[in-house]
Design a protein around this ligand. Structure first.
Ligand code: ATP
Ligand code: MG
Length: 457
């Protein structure tokens, strides 16, 4: 009786254990490289577990995107065990162990920051409660509490092949609930990117976001404006290039999280703001772009961030260019100016690497060149390194309802036609059909270094 009473007051363990015969994960489902890392850590006397998304996804019957490991070895100790590894990160130090193209990420158990608040090398926060350093190490239990969502605080160890789960992690997995660990607002303030992660997981896993987890987002989403643009760029790729872009976009819009990612586009979509735009078209256009992206990923075809960003920002460029034209700037310069402005404003939020922004410009630029089909130009455009992307972009505009006078179909036929037929296709457009120059061609100088010689000289 007394021992029963005692057990009532004994604090509940933070982690519950599910023995190997009570769960469905087997070693065969785990990447052999991840197993190598787990065993080497274990044989060197450290604790080591698969953690997070890989355990969650295996339990849900999905294919994990990557295998992450948590251990009580420090990053330096892990680094010492693997030649093929390197230390990364400052805010959050960890080790990447590389096997060809596969990277196994090994993180040391994190702990709370209370006792080390003075040691700025390990832990520091800004005025808004955002963690600038998160390098305080602890036990497995400490680590579980520092994870973001209950369904991500699941551990699978090779000591006894059991699963350790934080709080209601397994129950939440069964009821498809996304629940943040701890006080939601505090956890979002520590790292506002957790708000984006909530949207991403809800869309990817088709989970409901639990009410308290959702509640603070509508008020504190502007904290995302403080995240370094390079990290935001990476987050955009994770959000939209993992095969569930449409669902993610809708989830972000519902939560009010699209604005910190693409503020100018969000402004055009905002019904409360007077703007001379066709919102329905923009909405259709973006959905269609994301549908195509998901479809390509499903069929194993390549997707490029350049196309994705070109699509998200096209309504902005188009709108800005129209405004410039109305105020007297000629069409092409207006368009270039709009493109330039749009990209540089967007880079303050998501730093777009140069190689992608220059491809975006080319895709946009070609939208103005594809209608002008003189024989020489049409063949030249076909060889343009960005032709395929620009053509896909054109089809996208048409499928969203833009009337382009059959231009997409023309380019489809042109690509499929034999060389002789191509010539007649262009001729058929006639002198006025977009738009052969009537001017006499100017003479070109063969020798560019020489000045032209006049007959009289
Ligand atoms: P996926 O790899 O499918 O995108 P994941 O859950 O594995 O999902 P990762 O970004 O790979 O996500 O992170 C691995 C684990 O690290 C997460 O499951 C979570 O436990 C933890 N984690 C990652 N980012 C954060 C964060 N910002 N705050 C707290 N915990 C985090
Ligand atoms: Mg992962």
């Amino acid at each position: 009786m007394i021992s029963k009473l005692f057990s009532l007051f004994r604090p509940q363990p933070i982690l519950s254990t599910i023995h190997r015969d009570q769960h469905s994960i087997s070693r065969k489902q785990v990447s052999p490289n991840a197993l190598k890392v787990l065993y080497r850590l274990k044989n060197s006397g450290y604790e080591s577990y698969l953690v997070g998304g890989c355990v969650r996804d295996l339990l849900l019957g999905l294919n994990p995107k990557d295998f992450d490991i948590a251990t009580n070895a420090t990053p330096e100790q892990v680094r010492g065990l693997f030649n093929n590894s390197r230390l990364i990160g400052r805010r959050f130090k960890l080790v990447h162990v590389t096997f060809g193209r596969e990277i196994i990420e090994v993180a040391t158990f994190r702990a709370g920051h209370e006792e080390t608040a003075d040691d700025k090398n390990k832990s520091s926060t800004n005025d808004q409660g955002m963690l600038l350093r998160d390098n305080v190490y602890g036990t497995l239990e400490d680590d579980a509490v520092r994870r973001d969502f209950t369904v991500n605080a699941l551990y699978y160890g090779v000591q006894d092949f059991s699963i350790k789960a934080y709080g209601p992690g397994l129950k939440d997995l069964k009821s498809r609930t996304l629940r943040i660990i701890g006080e939601p607002e505090v956890r979002y303030r520590e790292d506002p990117v957790r708000m984006l992660r909530a949207a991403r997981f809800a869309a990817k896993l088709d989970f409901q976001i639990e009410a308290k987890t959702k509640a603070p987002i509508k008020d504190i989403y502007p904290l995302l404006f403080n995240i370094p643009p390079a990290r935001m760029f990476d987050e955009v790729l994770k959000l939209f290039l993992s095969g569930r872009a449409v669902a993610t976009f809708d989830q972000l819009r519902t939560l009010g999280l699209f604005e910190p990612l693409f503020p100018a586009t969000a402004q055009l979509l905002n019904e409360q703001i007077e703007a001379d735009v066709d919102r329905e078209f923009i909405d259709r256009f973006l959905h269609q772009a994301l549908l195509n992206t998901d479809d390509r990923i499903e069929r194993g075809r390549p997707v490029t961030p350049a196309f994705l960003f070109a699509a998200f920002l096209w309504p902005v460029v188009d709108h800005k260019a129209k405004q410039l034209v109305e105020s007297g700037t000629p069409v092409i310069p207006a368009f270039h100016q709009a493109a330039q402005q749009t990209i540089s404003e967007q880079c303050r939020h998501t730093a777009i690497p140069k190689r992608f922004s220059s491809q975006m410009r080319e895709i946009w630029d070609l939208q103005h060149r594809l209608p002008r089909r003189t024989p020489k130009r049409a063949l030249y455009l076909l060889e343009h390194p960005r032709f395929r992307a620009a053509y896909d972009f054109l089809l996208l505009r048409e499928s969203a309802g833009e009337n382009m006078d059959g231009l997409g179909q023309w380019w489809t036929d042109f690509q499929e036609a034999k060389p002789g037929d191509r010539e007649s296709m262009v001729k058929e457009l006639g002198p006025g059909g977009k738009k052969r120059s009537q001017r006499k061609p100017r003479k070109r100088y063969r020798n560019y270094n020489k000045k032209p010689q006049r007959a009289t000289e």
